[in-house]
Each structure stands twice: as C-alpha cells, then as structure tokens.
Design a protein around this ligand. Structure first.
Ligand code: GLP
Length: 241
C-alpha cells in the first residue's frame, strides 16, 4: 500500500485527480470505478477544471459506479446517478452510454447484482477504482460484517448509515433503507485502487482500517491485502496514526 499524507482536502483532491488523469491519458479507453459522497467531490471538480483547460479527453472513457440506492430512479436528486451527472458526467465529454451504475429500480435484486458483475467483467474489469470510506469503515455500501467474498448485492443499510444520510432527505421515511453495492470481491478485482480519506472524524477508523487487523468488521481493512492500493489522507484523518 502506498500512503500519501497531505495537508488538506484540497491537496488530497488535486493528487487524486492527478492519478486519475495519468490513467486517462495513458489509457484513453480506461474503465474507471467511481464513488460518490463528499470525499471525491473535489477530485471531480479538478478533473472538470483540467477538461475545461483542454488537458483531458473523456470521449472513450467508461465508468462503473460503486453503488446506488434501491428504490430511487436515476432522476431523483439524491440518487447516485444524479450526483455523478451533476459533478462529472454533464461537465465533460463522456458518452452517457458509457457510464454505468446499478439500477435502483431493478425488480429482482439478486439478478441486478449478477447483471452488474457480468457487465463489469464484459467491460474487461476496472482499471482504477476510486473509493471513499464511511465512518464505520464501509466501502461502497459494504457494511461491517459483510463477507469479503461476495459480488454486487443488495444491502440493508445500517441504522448509522441511514441516519448519516438523513440530512439529504426531507423525512426519515424518505431515506432509502437499502442500496446496491459492488461487493468487496468486485472491488478487490480492480487492477488499482485509490482510496481517499479526509477529516478528523475519520481518524479513528482510518487507523483501524489501514493499521489494524484485516477483518470483515472493518470492511476497508481488506484493502491492505490488495497488490496496488494508494491511500491519500489529509493530516486530520492521519492524526491518530
Ligand atoms: C456513502 C457511500 C460511500 C462513501 C461514504 C462516505 O455511504 N456509499 O461510497 O464512501 O458514504 O461518504 P463521505 O465521502 O460523504 O464521507
């Protein structure tokens, strides 16, 4: 695992965007695994800025996102599809037909998981997977206790995650209680993984995930065993290491 400790969120975002840019430039038809959440927002903003400068071309890029809420359509302003369009897809020259997320409205959850993993395989696998991490160490929506060997699946969200998401919805009832997520197995199949962690509120879990034992109780800890992982964390997130 390669660790970059940087002073702040801005530096983390610029470095992450640099690494993604190198991937895009060296392999213009790369398959990028993408993530949502506030962590990667700054990275996407940098990529958009460099695209606007004429330095990046997304015309052949393919993307697969980590997760999507079950029950929300892609048009819903809290869906991850909407997030991706808002922060990246609508701002660069990517072909929307080359951007994939799990279908939140799929009828058969088991079939949807299988379909998504087959799709990733048919695309040739993920070249670089961008990740954030939840406060309980979740990656995608793989909550603590999720076995390491499963593919994309439908997840019952933990109460803490539902509550963390509540700020984005009018009422508790509106907050999705389930989501589709690439499984740990799907994530670990990526050829390269780039995980970003910032903020003091993630310091405790960062220490457990990357400097503690590998255990399903801390899903991100599995990344210690991947052969090509880059962790970029700011001083605040590294403060307990
Ligand atoms: C959600 C997403 C994760 C993300 C996590 C952390 O649960 N499914 O992919 O990493 O939130 O979010 P944030 O970056 O806003 O802290």
């Amino acid at each position: 695992m390669k660790v970059y400790r940087v002073p702040d969120y801005k530096t983390m975002s610029r470095l992450a965007a640099n690494i993604l840019s190198a991937q895009i430039i060296s392999k213009p038809d790369s398959v990028l695994g993408l993530a949502t959440g506030s962590t990667p927002e700054g990275t996407y903003a940098k990529l958009v800025q460099w695209y606007n400068n004429g330095d990046l071309d997304f015309s052949k890029i393919v993307t697969v996102n980590l997760d999507e809420y079950r029950g929300l359509s892609g048009d819903h302003n809290q869906s991850y599809k909407y997030f991706m369009h808002k922060h990246l897809f609508d701002k660069v020259n990517i072909d929307p037909a080359n951007t994939y997320l799990p279908n939140g409205l799929a009828e058969d959850p088991q079939e949807e998981g299988k379909r998504y993993d087959r799709l990733i395989e048919d695309l040739g696998g993920v070249d670089i997977q961008l990740l954030g991490m939840g406060h309980n160490g979740h990656i995608g929506f793989n909550e603590p206790g999720t076995p390491f060997d499963i593919g994309t699946h439908c997840v019952d969200l933990h109460e803490t995650t539902i509550q963390a998401n509540q700020r984005f919805f009018d009422t508790y009832e509106d907050v999705p209680k389930q989501a589709y997520s690439m499984g740990i197995k799907t994530i670990m199949n990526a050829r390269k993984i780039l995980i970003l962690v910032n903020g003091e509120d993630k310091a405790e879990i960062l220490k457990k995930a990357f400097y503690g034992p590998v255990t399903p109780e801390v899903p991100a800890s599995i990344l210690q065993t991947h052969k090509d992982v880059i962790l970029i964390a700011d001083d605040a997130a590294m403060s307990k290491v």
